[in-house]
Write a protein that binds this ligand. Sequence first.
Ligand SMILES: CC(C)(COP(=O)(O)OP(=O)(O)OC[C@H]1O[C@@H](n2cnc3c(N)ncnc32)[C@H](O)[C@@H]1OP(=O)(O)O)[C@@H](O)C(=O)NCCC(=O)NCCS
Length: 148
Amino acid sequence: MDLMELVKLRAMKPEDLDAIVDIDKTILGTPRRDYWENLISAIEKRSGIVPIVAELEGKVVAFVIGEASGWEYGVPEEVGWIHTIGVDPDHQGKGMGAIVLREMLTNMKKVGVSVVYTMVNWKDGALLRFFDRMEFDRGDMINLQKRL
Ligand SMILES: CC(C)(COP(=O)(O)OP(=O)(O)OC[C@H]1O[C@@H](n2cnc3c(N)ncnc32)[C@H](O)[C@@H]1OP(=O)(O)O)[C@@H](O)C(=O)NCCC(=O)NCCS
């Protein structure tokens, strides 16, 4: 059977927190439970864009968190942001990242988002290639920084 037929896409629920913390920990090496708990509830309240998870045989294997902008920082309302995408390392390279991201983009489009931004470290070639495959291009916004 096609793997994609076994994948269930759904809105993230509070009970998914452990799975998200685990995926993040396997990628970054440090558990950040408070960080995820605060982020997920804040984003949902702020923008109404529900984070998405992909479940495979009852286990959460991928997630994506995004938001739609209000008028903060002079950015118009039709702008969406991909905040974080993560795939369980045992399930990377199987289309899970693509499927959760596409679902998020579809949801954003439904609520009127017409352009989606994300920030990727210039040195993170893997993530850059992933977003390139997902048809993201370099945008007009530029990142400015000042070291303190
Ligand atoms: C980057 C990431 C989200 C991609 O998810 P994934 O499920 O492994 O990717 P998919 O299998 O859906 O791949 C989709 C496309 O991107 C390409 N791609 C994905 N990862 C790639 C990599 N490391 N190098 C090159 N191409 C890659 C795939 O080849 C595929 O292209 P195709 O459509 O031509 O087949 C995932 O690997 C991940 O979580 N990485 C570590 C976490 C991370 O850095 N998160 C970002 C924090 S914001």
